[in-house]
Design a protein around this ligand. Structure first.
Ligand code: F6P
Length: 428
């Protein structure tokens, strides 16, 4: 017989980049929720897009069985956000539709499995009155209030194995190989794999590099008879010049914003209050404050779309410009090192291989622990938290303490200290 539960129905969605372990987490939540607490479990397909489009399927013992070791996500995922969703070529706020669909299915709590973006999107829904609960998923390991995010350990293993393999070929050819590793704006994955794989140089976004320092280090290595080198480079790594430029741009943006805010503060506050009141009134309605039939609602969306500014085109042209103009960091570093240190250099970009395949044993364990704890919290009616992993335990953390924050590699982190102690060059 199932134990008493304060929650009767949950929806689960996976959002953002996929990673191994998502299915293990879905399985753990569903099995514990259904079998231990008698909670009805629904799966939302393709993240927040599926929620807006009302693509919801029942999850049961049968379809959540045999998925513990399967990579990816059986629910599908997307990078869509409810408040900024591309609909028919136009960017639209679809929060209302997301809220409406959850109410339609009588979902007491939406369980969101995702990284930093997902935590923020979940909090936005929370502010619209939806109960949410999140799990920390990302190969980037950049979520605060948790010592581990699922997906990271598997990606760490893959990147480390890649460095091992690059070692043998780099040694044979007496080359420098730059191995580009994912991680978005943080260096956890590169740092972890760099230490585990014995990379000679580790370049992470948090420690801006100087090409001359790297070249000097590599030349000194050659003089000691080591004719090959491995550089583990995070996709977000930046040179000192790039970091300075980014800092100046950021400062300029902030001071412009502050100046503008000073001038417009009063009007903005007034406007904000008005908007908030309007939003409250519009709750459960289709955007202009009036209840609508399905046909009216569709007509309203079409009309709204027509009048939306064309944000998409701008984004598309920027993306094209990025690909055409910008040389990837890894290839730029390899090119300069070849010139400065006079050694042959090659580039390997690991890309999405790092997110593929079966989850590691640790990720399966972590997902099972987090998922089962999530079900327990749901049964107790604990909402609006992320289940974090702290000192070996799964604990609820208020979502406000997580969403909008990013865990960066600190200069005094034990991993950085250790790497320096074993003669790793950070290019600084
Ligand atoms: O956040 C996970 C991640 O793999 C990052 O490391 C990387 O920058 C990004 O996703 C890649 O995103 P996409 O799969 O959308 O290209």
């Amino acid at each position: 017989m199932s134990k008493k539960s304060k929650t009767h129905c949950i929806g689960i969605l996976t959002s953002g980049g996929d990673c191994p372990g998502l299915n293990a987490a879905i399985r753990a939540i569903a099995k514990a929720a259904i079998n231990d607490y008698g909670i009805k479990v629904l799966g939302v397909q393709d993240g927040f897009r599926g929620l807006v489009e009302n693509r919801v399927i029942p999850l049961d013992n049968e379809n959540t069985s045999g998925i513990l070791t399967r990579g990816g996500t059986i629910l599908g995922t997307s990078r869509d956000k409810p408040h900024k969703m591309l609909i028919g070529g136009k960017m639209m706020d679809m929060t209302g539709a997301a809220v409406e669909n959850l109410k339609k299915h009588q979902v007491d709590c939406l369980v969101c499995l995702g990284g930093g973006g997902t935590q923020k999107n979940a909090m936005r829904l929370m502010k619209e009155g939806i109960n949410v609960l999140t799990l920390p998923k990302t190969i980037d390991n950049d979520i605060v209030e948790t010592e581990a995010t699922f997906g990271f350990d598997t990606a760490l293993g893959i990147a480390t194995e890649a460095i091992d393999r690059l070692h043998t070929t780099a040694t044979s050819h007496h080359r420098v190989i730059v191995c580009e590793i994912m991680g978005h704006g943080t260096g956890w994955l590169t740092l972890g794999a760099g230490i585990s794989g014995g990379a000679d140089v580790i370049l992470v976004p948090e420690i801006p590099y100087n090409l001359h320092s790297i070249a000097d280090f590599l030349s000194a290595r050659r003089r000691t008879g080591k004719r090959f080198s491995i550089i583990a480079l995070a996709e977000g790594a930046r040179s000192v010049e790039e970091a300075k430029k980014a800092l100046l741009e950021e400062e300029e943006k902030i001071s412009k914003k502050e100046a503008k805010e000073g001038k417009e503060a009063k009007e903005a506050k007034k406007e904000e209050k008005k908007k908030h009141k309007d939003k409250e009134k519009k709750n459960e309605k289709n955007g202009d404050g009036k209840n609508k039939t399905k046909e009216e609602s569709e007509a309203w969306y079409d009309e709204t779309r027509e009048n939306m500014p064309v944000v998409v085109k701008k984004i598309e042209s920027e993306v094209v410009a990025y690909h055409v103009v910008q040389e990837p960091t890894a290839s730029r570093v390899a090119r300069h090192i070849q010139e400065l240190a006079g050694v042959e250099a090659r580039v390997t970009s690991l890309g999405h291989v790092q997110r593929g395949g079966i989850p590691s044993a640790f990720d399966r364990l972590l997902c099972s622990l987090l998922g089962a704890k999530a079900a327990e919290l749901l049964a107790d009616g604990v909402y609006n938290v992320m289940v974090g992993y702290q000192t070996g335990k799964c604990v609820p953390v208020p979502l406000e303490k997580v969403a909008g924050f990013r865990k960066l590699v600190t200069l005094d982190h034990p991993w950085v200290k250790t790497a320096r102690l074993v003669d790793t060059c950070f290019g600084d």
